[in-house]
Design a protein around this ligand. Structure first.
Ligand code: HEM
Ligand code: HEM
Length: 182
């Protein structure tokens, strides 16, 4: 397995990015909801700081991922897959890219409109060229409280799709994103 994708399989870089980002997004949804249940104070600030630091890493990795996606082949849908399933799979994949980037963007705007940068676990803070504004801050908070829901729905459909391909259709779709085609 090489680093680049082929027309039949994802390369090692795409696989690594897919799974690291997936773990990151599960953690972000969990921590985001966790801090929502907490009272304001040091403990909540800490959870928010970790949430935003993980998000900064995911933003970086998603940027590498989308550039790499367009620099490469991508495996096509398996032969014989129903056209409607191909369409749904393609829509879910691009829907995931769009909702993930929208959620990242809204999160970054929450920080920027509060006059803050993107944190990275205390090692550094990446400044954002955005003016402070209470109204804009509240707007992006509302966007951020909504967009994760369609994102989470798409993730559930996506996982059901992977399970369906693997166990019902018994094709290589899950294998080509994990340890490789047979
Ligand atoms: C894919 C990326 C992300 C996901 C899935 C995600 C998820 C979430 C969720 C589920 C919440 C709770 C929303 C609620 O209270 O109903 C939240 C809150 C929050 N997130 Fe994110 N987030 C992401 C990216 C970011 C980024 C990039 C930042 C900033 C660097 C960020 C900063 C925040 C902040 C400050 C809050 C609390 C704001 C509020 O209470 O409205 N998030 N996030
Ligand atoms: C937050 C979690 C996840 C996100 C955001 C996500 C996102 C994506 C995206 C955008 C693609 C399309 C790649 C492209 O065409 O460039 C993809 C492919 C894939 N994902 Fe996920 N994924 C997540 C979790 C999972 C999980 C948990 C599984 C397995 C149960 C999974 C299985 C797959 C498989 C098998 C493919 C390859 C599909 C193909 O080759 O046609 N993903 N994922």
């Amino acid at each position: 397995m090489g680093m680049r994708n082929t027309t039949t399989e994802w390369g090692s870089l795409s696989k690594a990015l897919h799974w690291i980002i997936a773990i990151g997004i599960f953690a972000l949804i969990y921590l985001g909801l966790q801090q929502d249940d907490m009272e304001s104070g040091d403990a909540r600030s800490r959870v928010r700081f970790i949430h935003a630091s993980i998000a900064t890493v995911v933003l970086f990795l998603m940027t590498v991922r989308i550039v790499w996606r367009f620099m490469n082949d991508a495996p096509g849908h398996p032969d014989g897959m129903a056209p409607v399933q191909k369409l749904v799979a393609t829509l879910v994949h691009w829907g995931l890219y769009i909702t993930v980037f929208a959620q990242l963007f809204a999160g970054a705007m929450i920080m920027g409109t509060a006059g803050r940068g993107l944190p990275l676990f205390g090692f550094l803070t990446i400044p954002l060229p955005i003016g402070e504004s209470d109204d804009a801050h509240e707007f992006w908070e509302e966007v951020h409280e909504i967009v994760w829901i369609p994102l989470a729905v798409l993730v559930v459909v996506h996982i059901l799709g992977a399970v369906y391909n693997h166990f019902v259709l018994k094709n290589d779709v899950l294998r080509r994103m994990t340890h490789g085609v047979k």
